[in-house]
Ligand binder design. Structure first.
Ligand SMILES: Cc1cc2nc3c(=O)[nH]c(=O)nc-3n(C[C@H](O)[C@H](O)[C@H](O)COP(=O)(O)OP(=O)(O)OC[C@H]3O[C@@H](n4cnc5c(N)ncnc54)[C@H](O)[C@@H]3O)c2cc1C
Length: 423
């Protein structure tokens, strides 16, 4: 397991501690693995009934994410994803206008999930367990689940995502803020690619930058996380402002029966005419090779939000991953941030020599700083898209025009290369 951080003289005492992790996605799994690495007893509670491995889409990785996985003692080899070396930008006629060498592994949510979940004992992970309430006192926290069951722990970790129940219970005033645009996403199968498009761009990270919009596409592991040629997938993320002719969000989130699902809608409920419209707009606005790929997918969308928590620790309850901070996906760092949050939590607790409150205070300081900075960076990278709602005369120069060279260099780059994080 993890490199040795069990060197505290009070680890025997720490080994008796118990953490309740709410949310069994990547943030929760990183937390569980790291806390087990410092000798804690951990229970993960996930509201979904079944294995989550069929969930999710492609994710860009960073060297920092692969390094955390290795420090946990997990095997990270070439099968973690597809290595892309070159980034290109295509204009609407399909011509390459820019090229940049920037190697990166593109992986899949399910690939990282499998790696983290398979090393946890099955009794440490409970599906179909929805947190409803929590109660804390000087000795710890009691979690109360929707079916009335209760569990007691020394620490409760809210790793339950952007709409966190834990955060809603302890800090209801902290809410995500809609950024004014959505990301259409989809994955095409490699074997469906026309040979010429495959040869030209399958192993590249490709950008299309229609006016007011931004699209990126890259290869990812295919079904069953297969990284063998011929069996891989090709993922796209297409950022589009809502309103202004592209359809307001409530309309996009309204199903065929006229029911509006708020700011998100399950992919199977997206109306057929909305899907038909996105495919037709792809043909009108994107490089023809890329529009052809969109055509082969069943696209779905997610609204883009910013979320900043003023504190990550409330007594013996702490927040981690998307429950704590959400940076827009232009930094491609949600999973990396959750991994680093979890490692920091375990290291701060271990270094505090049994003084749990002191360890949590240190975690709060470290990860709040990182979260605030990464949210600010992602906001800057998305400023052009957000500004589409402003009159042109009121936009700054960067809001008026996106520079393909800058976009290609900055989207999803490694944390060590980010001036916002190193300053
Ligand atoms: C368009 C888009 C593109 C992205 N691209 C990338 C990328 O390239 N690279 C990257 O690193 N990240 C990317 N991300 C971000 C990444 O997906 C998230 O940051 C990451 O999944 C966060 O993980 P999490 O575990 O904190 O939260 P989540 O994955 O949201 O998991 C929360 C879990 O908690 C469970 N839950 C919720 N409430 C309860 C409850 N009451 N009781 C029990 N369980 C509960 C949920 O069912 C869920 O399983 C992208 C995001 C978007 C929207």
């Amino acid at each position: 397991m993890a490199d040795n951080i069990l060197n505290s003289p009070k680890m025997a005492e720490a080994a008796k501690k118990r953490a309740l992790v709410i949310g069994g996605s990547l943030g929760g799994l990183f937390a569980a693995n790291w806390l087990r690495a410092i000798g804690w007893d951990v229970l993960v509670f996930e509201r979904v009934e079944d294995d989550l491995a069929s969930r999710g889409a492609g994710i860009g990785t960073h060297e920092e994410l692969l390094a955390v996985l290795r420090r946990l003692g997990l095997k990270v080899d070439d099968s973690i994803g597809i290595q892309v070396r070159t980034r290109i930008c295509l204009d609407e006629s399909g011509r390459v206008t820019h090229q940049l060498e920037q190697p990166q592994y593109m992986s899949a949510w399910a690939r990282v999930y499998r790696l983290l979940k398979d090393v946890l004992p099955s009794e440490a992970y409970r599906f179909g367990a929805t947190l409803a309430r929590l109660e804390q006192d000087s000795g710890g926290v009691t979690a109360v689940f929707a079916d009335g069951a209760t569990e007691r722990g020394d620490l409760l970790i809210g790793a339950d995502g952007i709409r966190s129940t834990v955060r809603e219970l302890i800090a209801p005033h902290v809410q995500p803020a809609y950024a004014g645009y959505i990301a259409w996403r989809g994955v095409a199968d490699e074997w469906e690619f026309p040979a010429d498009t495959h040869a030209e761009l399958f192993e590249k990270y490709t950008f299309c930058l229609p006016e007011g919009e931004m699209m990126l596409c890259y290869p990812v592991p295919g079904r069953d996380n297969d990284t063998r040629p011929g069996r891989r997938g090709y993922n796209f993320v297409w950022y589009r402002p809502t309103d202004g002719g592209r359809g307001p969000l409530p309309d996009l989130c309204t199903d065929a029966n006229g029911h509006c699902h708020g700011m998100a809608i399950a992919p199977p409920l997206i109306r057929p005419e909305v899907i038909a419209r996105i495919k037709s707009e792809a043909r009108a606005l994107l490089a023809p090779q890329i529009a052809g790929i969109v055509e082969r997918t069943q696209p779905f969308f997610q609204a883009i939000f910013d979320l900043e928590s003023p504190s990550l620790v409330y007594g013996r309850v702490t927040l981690l991953g998307d429950a704590a901070f959400v940076a827009r996906p232009h930094v491609g760092m949600g999973v990396t941030k959750a991994a680093l949050d979890a490692e920091s939590l375990a290291r701060c607790i271990a270094a505090a020599d049994g003084e749990l409150d002191g360890g949590l205070a240190r975690y709060d300081l470290e990860r709040r700083r990182f979260g605030t900075r990464i949210v600010a960076r992602a906001r800057r990278l998305g400023a052009y898209l957000e500004a589409q709602h402003k009159p042109v005369a009121k936009r700054t120069a960067a809001e008026r025009r996106q520079d393909p060279g800058v976009v290609m260099r900055e989207i999803g780059s490694n944390a060590v290369d980010l001036r916002e994080l190193t300053a």
